[in-house]
Write a protein that binds this ligand. Structure first.
Ligand SMILES: [Fe+2]
Length: 233
């Protein structure tokens, strides 16, 4: 694929905005492409249930529908999402959390996109390369294990556009990277988020997860069957 190397470090306009926020008010609009919400209180509340990965039973379930346009949140989908969690207290906490996050994503996308949720154990580094997803909006919570790395500003990313409009991350300056902590919510707007014009949040999966110490990861995102973005979290 022919790529046009195009440095955007000095670009002006919305795409050069600060891009990292800690306020869910910035989920709407394109002024920020990352919203990082720290939640030490949830981390403390779940600590008595550790190791959380041990609470999951059975094979990984398929993604659960969490919201539908015109119908809002789907309680039955949330039940499906946490069905593998054996501990009732932990299941209730994750269920409430998933619905709360789904509500924020649903609102950010104007209620126009179906949403899905996935709860899984990650036993490796699914995508070590810096990239941006091509969907609209994805929320990640690593309840246990190392969290996702992300760039705090667009000025730490170098992107390349192909002639067909696809966007790739050509380089990243890790000096501008942060890692989410367990139980933080990381809202990552993708290249397809309205108004971002291919300037999706740049992120990569962390090192350190293994079969013996997997990550317990919740993903909530919009359903885009044609999306070819990396499924990395
Ligand atoms: Fe990703």
């Amino acid at each position: 694929m022919a790529l046009l190397g195009l440095r955007l470090n000095r670009a002006r306009g919305p795409a050069d905005s600060p891009f990292a926020s800690s306020s869910t008010a910035d989920l709407r609009g394109a002024a920020a492409n990352v919203v990082h919400v720290r939640r030490p209180e949830l981390r403390a509340a779940l600590a008595p249930h550790a190791p959380l990965a041990g609470a999951l039973r059975g094979p990984p379930p398929p993604p659960a529908p969490l919201a539908a346009p015109g119908r809002g949140l789907l309680e039955a989908g949330a039940d499906q999402l946490v069905a593998p969690i054996a501990c009732p207290e932990l299941a209730a906490a994750v269920r409430a959390d998933a619905l709360s996050i789904a509500a924020a994503v649903y609102d950010a996308l104007g209620g126009e996109r179906p949403l899905r949720g996935k709860l899984e154990l990650i036993r490796g580094q699914s995508c070590p390369r810096w990239h941006a997803d091509s969907l609209s909006l994805r929320a990640l919570v690593t309840y246990e294990g190392p969290g996702t790395w992300f760039l705090t500003s667009n000025r730490f990313a170098r992107r390349a556009w192909s002639l067909d409009g696809a966007v790739a991350v050509a380089g990243a300056d890790e000096a501008g990277a942060l890692q989410a902590e367990p139980c933080d919510v990381l809202y990552l707007k993708g290249n397809g988020f309205p108004g971002l014009w291919g300037m999706g949040a740049v992120h990569r999966s962390p090192e350190g997860a293994s079969a013996a110490a997997p990550r317990l990861l919740l993903t909530v995102d919009d359903v885009q069957p044609d999306c070819a973005c990396c499924s990395e979290r």
